[in-house]
Design a protein around this ligand. Sequence first.
Ligand SMILES: [Zn+2]
Length: 346
Amino acid sequence: MPPNKSNTQASRKKASGATSGGRKSARNTKQQSKGLTVLINLLVLAAVLVGIYIANIPADSSDGHRAASSAQTQKTGLPASKVKPASGEADEKLEVHFFDVGQGDSTLVVTPSGETILIDAGQNNKGELVVDYLKELGIDRLDAVIATHPDADHIGGLDIVVNKLDVKSVYAPRVAHTTQTYKDFLNAVKHKGLTIKAARSGTSLPLSDGVTASFAAPVNSYGDHFNEWSAVLRLEYGNTSFLFTGDAEQESEADMLASGFKLAADVLKVGHHGSRTSSSQAFLHAVKPRYAVISAGTGNKYGHPHDVILKRLAKAGASVYRTDKQGSVVAYSNGHEIWMTTDKGS
Ligand SMILES: [Zn+2]
């Protein structure tokens, strides 16, 4: 390497100069001058080495300090679960309820001014339960209902919800299913005099309060792979963000990544109940969730959530919440901070 080579040559030159100067005693002045040059060179070398030493130590230790404190910030920067901010801010909060509907999904967003978005309503036999959850929260109007995809564990209960509540608009991806469950959903929407709006990447929901929400997926068409068709909603309130992925799997995740859609989110509703067919490494890397919520049924036959995904989420730095272990999970945001509560503690 050039720098080493030239250093070696320089030090050889110096050494030979000193030796020859020692032998030729008659040329005292030149000898002294050479000796002085060697001394100066040594001092310069020593100064450079000390300089490098001093420059390196603080640089390394300050980098290390920064890395440690940023890791700590990621873990503890947000309030721990169940710690609420000052009461003055309580009315300004956005709430996201991940209802426990067993094996399935049902998520409610309530904005600070009371606008409501319901994403899915669990299986057929969970419709009444979702209606009860909504009633308990004093909600009889849904500004938007999102049917993420036509599978029964997502739209099964939606017909009952649509029939019983005042629904303003319904969004679903442009894919149909032949099941009775799907027909029931369509009939309920039709009965209310509503038409389904297409959920696709780039479509936004009309919301106020500085809350914005738009679909990150579906980006493409996916034939009869219903999971991949899942409407994926990303919501922002102040500096906080949420990503609701339905059952989107790795093909849709790759398409979302390729689309350039902003995916980063503080809270991630983990895709497909924590199945290994979703939550690819690259997708989690883009989302960087602080909190990951998995909606799954206790002892479900699919083995959801899969261990590999739980480990991947933990490695990504996310605190994991599970409806199968903790019952309904609620995330609150005041636009700056997020805090979580669960039905069953822990
Ligand atoms: Zn599902």
